[in-house]
Design a protein around this ligand. Structure first.
Ligand SMILES: Nc1ncnc2c1ncn2[C@@H]1O[C@H](COP(=O)(O)OP(=O)(O)OP(=O)(O)O)[C@@H](O)[C@H]1O
Ligand SMILES: [Mg+2]
Length: 394
């Protein structure tokens, strides 16, 4: 952890100052510069703002939003008690960079037992703020809020193209219930993220490495649980830890997602350097993609870090590229045609980008790979901050 992180704590009456002190374990490296009682307070200067409340509520959300709007570069960490169900996405949308969940009830000794984990969380938040991520790999999240739009196709072909170009690349299958990255790459699910989660002990890069499945192209994959009932065990905290380790050991981490803004997807977007929006030429897909862009805007995602891929772009269905531009407000960066070879390659488990590299589809995925890999460091790897700006120079 960097020297001397100044933490300001704003808490409500449900959370005791002694519990917070035990949780943060202040010392020479981490100072608590003040406690403000009551969530209505306006936050003065500090490196990290900790908002602690018994149960997440509108006041906490308003305070986080206001603090992030005031100083977007200062991380806000939420500490709550009890199960985090139902508010994780709200808290992230408000602008919290991380959430720490205390047991309920919580006393000083229980809080003290969590201090190691919390200090790691705070250290990460500050490191991100300081731009310490500039040496880490990129992380690209596929977003396609309508099912079947081509996210898995894009994730797997992007991985194959990047691997072909000599990059170390790993695909994380975040379609936790019905993930099919393994199928699309022709990989047997010998190990999955569920196996990693349930393997016991603490996680480090070496251990995580043992649970990745290798593709002949050199790309690797962390596969989704084998069965839908195992998916519920995968937590956002676990995934965040996975992303940090994978980014430290790979040039590019690609995250395939289900067709929804689930808390896991929002957390992945939050942890990412780039997003690839995948759309098709139909009204429902375009409507949902527009909503997707608006959600990214709400999250303060830097515009320059979003790629827009139009799949089945040559389909004649009464919607033109001009219509797409008018509806979405931007021109697609990459056009992937409809191609029987694509369907065939998915069925065979061989990415079309490798099998038919010089086909239009193959070229499209290599173009996307170049856009992701060759984006200037300052654009693609620097962490944006929610509500910071949409400036391309950011
Ligand atoms: N351009 C294309 N040409 C031919 N077939 C395609 C094309 N794009 C997608 N497909 C086929 O459509 C199906 C759906 O694609 P894919 O699985 O990539 O979508 P998805 O967005 O990941 O779906 P889900 O949201 O259900 O995960 C696949 O079987 C794939 O073979
Ligand atoms: Mg999919």
């Amino acid at each position: 952890m960097n020297a001397s992180i100044d933490i300001l704590v704003v808490h409500d009456e449900a959370v005791d100052e002694d519990v917070i002190r035990a949780l943060l374990a202040p010392d020479a490296e981490l100072r608590i510069v003040g406690y403000l009682d009551g969530l209505g307070h306006h936050a003065p200067d500090c490196d990290v703002l900790v908002v602690a409340c018994g149960a997440y509520n509108d006041d906490a959300g308003a305070l986080i939003r206001e603090a992030v709007e005031d100083r977007p570069e200062r991380p806000v960490v939420l500490v709550t008690q009890g199960a985090p169900n139902g508010y994780v996405d709200q808290a992230f949308l408000a602008g919290a960079v991380d959430i720490v969940v205390l047991p309920q009830p919580c006393d000083v000794s229980l809080a003290g037992a969590l201090s190691h984990q919390v200090r790691f969380t705070l250290g990460k938040a500050v490191a991100r703020r300081a731009g310490a991520g500039s040496g880490e790999g990129k992380m690209v999240v596929m977003i396609g809020p309508k099912g079947g739009s081509g996210k898995t196709l894009t994730a797997t072909n992007l991985a194959a193209a990047l691997a072909h170009a000599g990059r170390s690349v790993v695909v994380v299958d975040l379609d936790l219930q019905f993930g099919d990255v393994g199928l699309a790459l022709g990989l047997a699910p010998t190990t999955t993220m569920y196996d990693l989660l349930t393997s016991g002990g603490s996680m480090d890069a070496e251990k995580l490495d043992a649970f990745l499945v290798d593709h002949p192209s050199g790309a690797r994959a962390l596969l989704a649980p084998r069965r839908p009932d195992q998916a519920g065990r995968i937590t956002v905290d676990f995934l965040r830890e996975v992303y940090v380790l994978l980014r430290a050991t790979h040039d590019v981490v690609i995250v395939d997602t289900p067709p929804a803004f689930t808390p896991e997807v929002i957390a992945a977007v939050d942890a990412s350097s780039d997003v690839c929006m995948v759309a098709m030429l139909d009204a429902l897909s375009l409507k949902n993609v527009k909503l997707g862009f608006e959600t990214l805007e709400l999250m303060g995602y830097a515009d320059g870090n979003i790629r827009f891929l139009l799949n089945r772009a040559d389909t004649s269905v009464g919607i033109t590229l001009d219509d797409v531009q008018a509806i979405i407000g931007r021109v697609p960066d990459v056009l992937v045609p409809s191609d029987r070879e694509i369907t065939r390659s998915v069925n065979e488990g061989t990415p079309v980008a490798l099998k038919h590299r010089s086909s239009d589809a193959g070229k499209a995925f290599f173009k996307l790979a170049a856009l992701i890999a060759d984006a200037p460091q300052g654009v693609a790897s620097t962490k944006r901050r929610r509500r910071l700006s949409f400036s391309r120079s950011n």
